[in-house]
Every structure is written in C-alpha cells, then in structure tokens.
Design a protein around this ligand. Structure first.
Ligand code: HEC
Ligand code: HEC
Ligand code: HEC
Length: 306
C-alpha cells in the first residue's frame, strides 16, 4: 500500500481533488464499528505493476482517470463501459470508430449531449488538464506508481472525520450505510449485526453524498452548503428536493416513509441550483446507499458525489 498511498497524497490531494485533506487508504483502521461489514475489501494490493496500472501516464492524468473514469473503465470494465482506460497504452489504442481513445475521451469529456463520465460534464479545469496532455502529444509520464487499476479502488475519507458510532438521535449517523434497510431491521451487507431497527423512520429516500467515489463507510463528509438531491418521477417532474446535511453528507426525506405511487424515479445532484450529476437509469428503491456503496454495486459508480 505504501507506493499507492504516497501517490494518492502526492497527486489527488493537491491536484484533482484540491480539498487539501489527508486521504486515508483502505486499510486505515478508523472505520466505525457498525460499518465493519463492508470495509476491508480494499487492502491486499501490494503495488504489483501488472495490468498497466496507470503505466506510462503522468500523475495528474492518472489521478483524473482514477477519480472520474476508473469506476467503470477499470480492468475488466464495469458499469457498461466498453473498454479499460488504465494505462497510456489503453489511450493510444484505436477505437472501432478509428479514433484513438485519448482523443475520443477528450471529445466525450466535452460533449454535453453524451458526456463522459455519463452523469455530466466535469469542471473545466479537469478537462483542461487532460486536454493539455493530449495536445502535448501524450508524452510518457513518470507516475509508474505500481497501482493496478484492476484491483479494487482504494478507499478514502477526504474529511478525515469518522462518525462516532453513537446513537444519540443525530441524523448524521452511519454515513454511507443503507439507511432504510437498517431502519427496517434488515442486515444489508452485514451492516446491522445487532439487528437494530427504527421502524417508525423507514424513510423511503435516504442516502449520503460524498466528495469522492470511493469514500468509506462511516466517513463524515463535509459538503458545502447548497447541495440538494432532486428526485424526479417517470415523467421527469421534480417530486422532492432534499437538502444534503453539511455535517455528514446524509440526506433523507422525513415525510415519505412508504413507497410512492409515482415510481420508477430518477435523481440528480444540484449544487447552488446547478445540476452536478444525474442518474438517468430509473430505479425502484430509494435506499441510495444499497447501490452507491464504497465501490459501487449493481452498476453504480461508487458514491453519490457533489
Ligand atoms: C458510470 C460509468 C462510467 C464512467 C464513470 C465513465 N464512463 Fe466512459 N463509458 C461508459 C459507458 C456505459 C460507455 C458506453 C456507452 C457510451 O458510449 O456512452 C462509455 C463509453 C466511453 C467511451 C467511448 C468508447 C467507445 O469505444 O466508443 C469513451 C472514450 C469513454 N467512455 C471515456 C470515459 C472517460 C475519459 C471517463 C472519465 C473522464 C469515463 N468514460 C467515465 C461508462 C462510464
Ligand atoms: C438499484 C441501484 C441504485 C439505487 C438504489 C440508486 N442508484 Fe444511483 N445509480 C445507479 C447506477 C447503476 C448508476 C449509473 C448509471 C446512471 O447514471 O444512470 C447510478 C448513478 C447515479 C448518479 C450519477 C453518478 C455520476 O456521477 O455519474 C447519481 C447522482 C445517483 N445515481 C443518485 C442516486 C440517488 C440520489 C439515489 C437514491 C435516491 C440513487 N442514486 C439510488 C444505481 C442506483
Ligand atoms: C445500523 C443501523 C442504522 C443505519 C445504517 C442507519 N440508521 Fe438511522 N437510526 C438507527 C437507530 C437505531 C435509530 C434510533 C436511535 C437514534 O435516533 O439514535 C435511528 C434514528 C435515525 C434518525 C432519527 C434521529 C432523531 O431521533 O431525530 C434519523 C434522522 C436517521 N436515523 C437517519 C439515518 C440516515 C440518513 C441513515 C443513512 C445514512 C441512517 N439513519 C442509517 C439505526 C440506523
């Protein structure tokens, strides 16, 4: 883990993420007790330089791919992505359309009608960073970190703050865990070993928004003010606008506790009124963190992010 850790701190913390926080790794032991069920899967990468783990890429390009693309374009790809984008060789390869993946990626990152990542256009500074590398002719980078993008993505906790695992009536509880499942008394992914429940509060729509895709269970996110989750019905009408708590990233609609008649729904994240990302795939379950887990489940690209 050492080489990965150093790479993360050197690149992610200072360039792409820019939040200045120390980034914890998968085997940092600070996870909450109740969150123990799903933690821990991320260790084990001893940094073997197999499978083109960002081989030949500059660090800032590797960090961009890691934070924005590898959730799906890993090796093997997930989430419906057709190809891996985990090395310079992958980006030099030619797509079926005859374009190299580097140029095609840049084009898709700028294509508002069919953006990559699919949720919406990235901040212009991130696109510019990738574009600079493409324009420079894809020079070989020296960030041979030994990271294997076929391995599970390392877990982070950018705020470095962890929920205290104290049930004192605070809605900031259990960030990242499946809210409704536990309130209903279920033991989703082993997250509720003590069989707790809060039957009167089976919020239909509940979850957590984080600053990164692979934030670990129990990590208290610190969203800026003005982040909201919008829930849209099948006709695209906005049914709910749920504020994201700045103290944890948790969100829930307190009023709606049974299945609404207007499902399936889609959802989007807004920040100060502007759409940041959109879930276009219609869903029937409002327990967001059952799919938006530490590394993503059922095709979801990890956490909901702002
Ligand atoms: C949530 C999953 C997901 C993420 C994250 C994602 N992609 Fe994709 N990508 C897909 C899917 C699904 C497709 C195939 C459908 C399409 O082309 O829209 C695709 C297609 C592509 C293609 C076209 C491949 C071809 O052969 O036509 C490129 C290039 C691409 N993605 C680049 C990127 C880049 C660069 C990023 C990060 C900046 C990224 N993607 C992030 C899911 C994802
Ligand atoms: C049954 C699984 C599942 C559930 C439950 C779920 N999602 Fe998703 N979510 C996905 C999948 C799969 C994707 C990727 C494809 C897409 O964007 O439609 C996704 C993508 C997203 C994205 C876009 C992510 C990005 O960065 O591109 C957002 C935002 C999102 N979901 C929000 C939510 C919210 C809010 C909830 C709860 C109200 C929720 N999701 C519940 C499966 C789920
Ligand atoms: C492991 C089980 C578990 C999980 C996971 C869980 N909760 Fe809870 N929740 C409880 C229990 C037990 C209570 C009652 C004790 C308390 O209020 O502290 C509760 C109470 C609450 C309350 C009421 C607080 C009050 O008294 O006003 C809110 C709000 C809440 N949870 C939100 C959430 C959200 C949001 C999530 C998901 C991010 C979540 N919970 C995940 C077990 C859980």
């Amino acid at each position: 883990m050492l080489s990965w850790n150093r790479w993360m701190v050197a690149t992610l913390a200072t360039s792409i993420v820019g939040c200045g926080g120390v980034i914890a790794t998968a085997d940092d032991g600070g996870s909450t007790g109740s969150a123990g069920g799903t933690a821990g899967a991320g260790g084990g990468s001893a940094g073997s330089a197999t499978d083109g783990g960002f081989e030949g890429l500059p660090c800032d390009v590797g960090a961009l791919l890691q934070s924005r693309c590898i959730g799906c374009h890993r090796n093997p790809p997930t989430g419906g992505a057709p190809n891996a984008l985990t090395s310079r060789a992958d980006l030099l390869a030619t797509s079926s359309g005859g374009q190299r993946y580097a140029e095609l990626s840049l084009a898709r990152m700028k294509n508002a009608a069919a953006p990559m990542p699919p949720g919406g256009l990235l901040p212009a500074t991130e696109v510019a960073r990738f574009e600079a590398w493409v324009t420079a002719g894809l020079p070989v980078g020296t960030c041979n970190s030994g990271v294997d993008a076929g391995m599970p993505a390392p877990l982070t906790c950018m705020s470095t703050r962890t929920w205290a695992d104290r049930y004192d009536g605070s809605p900031d509880m259990n960030p990242g865990l499946a809210c409704r499942a536990c309130h209903a008394g279920q033991n989703f992914n082993g997250q509720n070993p003590q069989g707790q429940s809060e039957l009167g509060r089976q919020y239909w729509f509940a979850g957590t928004a984080f600053p990164g895709r692979n934030e670990r269970d129990g990590c208290l996110a610190s969203p800026p003010t003005g982040v909201t989750i919008e829930i849209l019905d099948a006709d695209g009408g906005v049914r709910l606008s749920i504020p994201v708590r700045t103290s944890s990233g948790n969100f829930y609609d307190a009023a709606l506790r049974t299945r609404p008649p207007w499902l399936p729904y889609t959802a989007r994240v807004k920040r100060n009124g502007a759409v940041v990302s959109t879930m276009r795939t219609p869903q029937m379950s409002g327990d967001c963190n059952t799919c938006h887990t530490e590394r993503g489940d059922q095709g979801a690209p990890g956490r909901i992010t702002w």
